[in-house]
Design a protein around this ligand. Structure first.
Ligand code: ADP
Ligand code: MG
Length: 727
């Protein structure tokens, strides 16, 4: 009899909750382990403090002597807070975070011990990081890669290590990470959005993109997870019949949080507070064992860092609670998967949310300008936006009637639809004084300041306006937010600078007033963006048909979705905005395809192993029991055994059929892999989608049928109903 499953079940039932005391107000903990403004003021000279502030606000360079002074302050603070090591903390293109710790400890020639850290170590390092994905960039020229300090994301202490957020670039300056293009995209949107915001308010000097992510995840008992090779190696249950009771009764969503999960959350949240991650919301999600966590929104670069950090932190803290976090987009068939909504907006340095309607017609014209330009940007780049969230795991989720489809569209709600319909009727050319007054009073002036009408929310839309921000809902739960944020900010940056050029052209050549020019350009954008707007049910088949008529892309698989990234117009877009060059784009394309292939390859191997080593032998063992039974019946009843053992005989045959199916399919799958592996990467990826992936469901189907037939105590794999039963 198998023992691992039952050992794990026993372990999981004997867990004692690990109580977490809440001794201090969260605000008293907030940022204590962060080298933020408060800490910097304490240990840095006024001059050094200003140098960091300037670097954050204007991207100005920090001179070497100044870096030494900052490093000295940082070291002092870190040592006072118990740090023994420091690391450049970066986000290579694996999607996760990377760190290599060095001790502050050093000895001099006389053997004297000391703690050392200077400006050189703060500003730039050369990790031996040759094994990170680089898509060929590091084969050319020099193979070296550098990490360089990003002062806009403050250093923090994790455990006993001072972590310094950095970019990771090649010797030739190409981005090897997720942060570099993000910083460039945020720079691009800053300059183009500031220029447009100045039409309405001359005092705006800077525009910051804001991001509030909502992270969904599953929690399962660590011992149960460890008993499932598929979960340990692929992050998801590749096999296993859906539990009889899944989410049908809607009794988990917003229900009371299971004690073990709540303790984990408290522990996590306290750590988040210390690290300056402003987590605010926690609740049960739709599926059993599924939860969600959301912070207060932040500047996008910091928010991306915080999301990467929290995913790492969640893994570590879960361990303490004998839990395992599953971030996978579809860890269990038959219940909902996980996403990571990205709420996005733009904020001026005087604190105005540019996507928030205001109290005056001018503020509302400003709002409409940014609102309509965003819609136009999505309209023109819908396929690229889809590509920014493409991954093997997210392919399970998009379009599976619990998550938005793979078709991008924008939802804006009834009220704003009416406003856009009115604006579309604006006169071509100069507006009469009467028309302008009318517009200001009845259209632009009539946008209610608070648009957060909950009844008007459409949960099926991938890109929805939710009152004062857009919510991009197609992002996968494992995706590094940097990918969608790079694309969104780049396309809107590009759109806003086009807008500025068009408005200025009308003002200069047609002698139009500024407002007239703005109304004219917006009117054309509204007309041009109709295709992308959709208010109906995004999950419906009729939308898929309608979207096809509208010639919207519907790339259901990652290899299809990624192609757009290396097309001429996209390369031009990224080059002109200064976000990425052709080499970087092609490298990323290759890395993403490679990752896709590797993920499916690993899944295919894991599935093959489980099928051969666990499922088939178990089926045979149970079949032997049945055979023994039938033989026994024959011994006692002679010829009558056929009638008496009729059901057993049917079962014996059925089991043989399933064994045959699983065995044949597994070998065919291996052959398909061999063929696919011969191809170059783009074709290999397609081949994996078309020729390897389809076996997964077929093998699973037969195995899940066997799970229902075979005696429970013989079944080696912890059942999904057991995994999804956190108490
Ligand atoms: P939901 O109904 O989808 O759960 P909420 O209205 O509760 O959404 O908000 C979700 C997220 O939106 C939160 O993380 C919040 O911080 C974020 N958010 C709110 N305002 C902004 C903004 N101006 N920019 C970016 N994110 C924002
Ligand atoms: Mg949301």
């Amino acid at each position: 009899m198998n023992t691992l499953r039952f050992f794990a079940l026993k372990e999981s039932y004997s867990r004692k909750p690990i109580q977490i005391a809440e001794n201090q107000h969260r605000s008293a903990l907030f940022g204590n382990n962060v080298f933020g403004k408060k800490a910097m003021r304490q240990v840095l000279s006024a001059e050094a403090f200003r140098a960091v502030e300037d670097a954050i606000n204007t991207g100005s360079k920090i001179e070497r002597a100044m870096a030494d002074s900052i490093a000295a302050g940082m070291k002092q603070w870190a040592l006072e807070h118990g740090a023994t090591h420091y690391t450049h903390w970066f986000q290579p293109l694996t999607g996760a975070t990377a760190e290599k710790h060095d001790a502050f400890f050093e000895t001099d020639l006389d053997g004297n011990a000391m703690e050392k850290f200077d400006g050189a170590q703060l500003v730039q390092q050369e990790p031996d990081a040759s094994s990170f994905p680089h898509g060929g960039i590091r084969n050319t020229f020099e193979a070296r890669g550098y990490t360089a300090w990003d002062p806009s994301s403050p250093a923090f202490i994790l455990d006993t290590t001072l972590c310094i957020p950095t970019v990771f670039v090649s010797y030739t300056g190409e981005a090897l990470d997720n942060k570099t293009p993000l910083l460039r995209a945020l720079g691009a949107i800053d300059s183009s959005a500031t220029a447009v915001a100045q039409y309405f308010n001359k005092s705006v000097n800077k525009v910051t993109a804001t991001l509030g992510w909502e992270q969904e995840y599953f929690l399962i008992d660590a011992a149960l997870a460890a008993s499932r090779p598929d979960i340990m190696q692929t992050g998801r249950a590749m096999l296993g019949h859906a539990p009889a009771k899944g989410q049908q009764l809607d009794d988990h969503y917003f229900g009371s949080i299971p004690t073990r999960a709540l303790n984990f959350m408290k522990d996590l949240e306290q750590q988040c507070m210390l690290l300056g991650i402003p987590v605010k919301t926690r609740h049960n999600e739709v599926a059993p064992n599924q939860f969600e966590l959301a912070p207060v929104f932040e500047e996008a670069n910091l928010a991306v860092d915080h999301n990467s950090l929290i995913m790492d932190l969640m893994d570590r803290i879960a361990e303490r609670h004998h839990l395992k976090v599953l971030f996978h987009e579809k860890p269990f068939a038959g219940v909902n998967g996980s996403g990571k909504h990205n709420n996005w907006s733009l904020m001026t340095d005087n604190g105005i949310n540019l996507l928030s309607p205001g109290t005056t017609p001018t503020k509302n014209l400003q709002f409409l300008t940014f609102f309509i330009n965003t819609i136009k940007a999505v309209q023109d780049n819908e396929e690229l936006l889809r590509a920014s969230v493409a991954s093997a795991a997210n392919d399970h989720r998009l379009g599976s009637s619990e998550a938005p489809p793979a078709i991008m569209s924008v939802f804006i709600g009834k009220q704003l639809t009416k406003v856009l319909d009115e604006l579309e009727k604006v006169t071509d050319g100069k507006l009469s004084p009467q028309e302008k007054t009318d517009l200001k009073l009845n259209v632009v002036g009539k946008i209610p300041e608070i648009l957060l009408d909950n009844t008007d929310r459409n949960r099926t839309s991938p890109f929805a306006f939710t009152g004062n921000k857009f919510e991009f809902r197609a992002v996968g739960s494992t995706t590094n937010c940097s990918r969608p944020m790079v694309v969104l900010n780049t396309i809107v940056a590009r759109q806003l600078s086009d807008f500025k050029n068009e408005v200025d052209a009308l003002i200069d050549s047609k002698n139009m007033k500024k407002d007239d020019a703005i109304f004219n350009v917006l009117r054309e954008y509204i007309k041009a963006s109709k295709r992308i707007r959709f208010e109906g049910d995004g999950y419906s088949a009729s939308w898929e048909a309608e979207a096809k008529k509208r010639k919207l892309s519907n790339n259901k698989t990652t290899p299809e979705a990624l192609n757009i990234q290396i097309t001429r117009p996209v390369i031009k877009l990224f080059e002109e905005t200064g976000v990425m060059n052709e080499i970087e784009l092609k490298a990323r394309y290759e890395i993403e395809l490679e990752e896709y292939v590797k993920r499916i390859q690993i899944e295919s191997r894991v599935l093959g192993n489980i099928a051969q080593n666990h499922i088939i032998p178990t089926a045979i063992r149970y079949q032997n029991l049945l055979i023994k039974n039938v033989k026994g019946l024959k011994e006692i009843f002679g010829a009558d055994h056929k009638k008496l053992g009729q059901e057993q005989l049917v079962l014996i045959e059925k089991i043989s059929e399933y064994i045959k199916t699983i065995n044949t399919l597994t070998f065919e799958m291996i052959e398909a892999r061999k063929v696919a592996n011969q191809e170059e990467v783009a074709k290999r990826a397609v081949s994996y989608t078309k020729n390897v992936l389809p076996f997964f469901d077929q093998i699973r189907y037969a195995s899940d049928k066997l799970e229902l037939l075979v005696e429970d105590k013989l079944w080696p794999l912890t059942k999904n109903r057991e995994l999804l039963n956190l108490h």
